[in-house]
Design a protein. Structure first.
Length: 217
């Protein structure tokens, strides 16, 4: 199977998964999935509950991150757009770097595998990572598992409508991961232990993309 086929399947899978909900993931690099923008607006202090000082502090930190996210995704013109092929997964992928002046301010990476695909969007503010949106789509079977294969081996065939989607939103301030939410605003527990590990993972992936961007042709 080719990367082009996987991209076609990804569009069908995402659109089918989105039916009947407010999620409307977009395969194109710009704009981002509508679910990301919706969730970003909802990632605030608890509705109907008194906010603690820590929550209010986080809320103040999130405001410029949201504003930057909206500003970058509203842009129609970029100084430069650079594409790089990725080989981090079995079926390859692509990273797109959006420039403002001499530096990239937004990166959209897609990785394709036999059993799913991964979308990761990175947003920079004042030269530092400010927000990362991750969307993991898991297929019910490998994409090549057609009806004939299913009959031969038993079990269901690959069906895009049976794909599941997981979302993670990570907020950075001054180079540090300050908050991470999954799905409908669920914060991983215990956050004090998870945040340093997740920060290391996200920054490692981000720096890997920058290395790919600047690698000689």
């Amino acid at each position: 199977m080719t990367l082009h086929l996987l991209r076609g399947l990804s569009l069908l899978a995402l659109l089918t998964t989105a039916c009947g909900s407010e999620k409307q993931p977009e395969v194109k690099a710009t704009p981002p999935p509508a679910s990301a923008a919706t969730a970003l607006r909802q990632d605030s202090v608890r509705q109907g509950s008194p906010a603690t000082n820590d929550e209010l502090s986080h809320e103040l930190q999130l405001q410029p991150i949201r504003a930057n996210f909206q500003s970058l995704n509203a842009r129609k013109q970029w100084s430069r757009v650079v594409k790089r092929e990725l080989s981090r997964s079995t079926e390859g992928g692509e990273a797109v770097f959006y420039y403002e002046g001499a530096v990239p301010v937004k990166i959209v990476a897609r990785d394709y595998g036999e059993t799913g695909q991964w979308l990761t969007e990175y947003y920079l503010l004042d030269g530092q990572l400010s927000f990362v949106y991750e969307q993991k789509t898991s297929y019910n079977r490998p994409f090549y598992y057609d009806s004939a294969t299913a009959r031969q081996n038993g079990g269901p065939a690959f069906d895009p409508a049976q794909s599941t989607v997981e979302e993670t939103r990570s907020y950075f301030a001054d180079g540090q991961l300050i908050r991470q939410l999954r799905g409908k605003g669920v914060e991983p527990k215990p956050a004090s232990e998870m945040l340093p590990l997740e920060q290391k993972r996200l920054l490692t992936d981000y720096n890997e993309l920058l290395s790919i961007l600047h690698a000689p042709d």
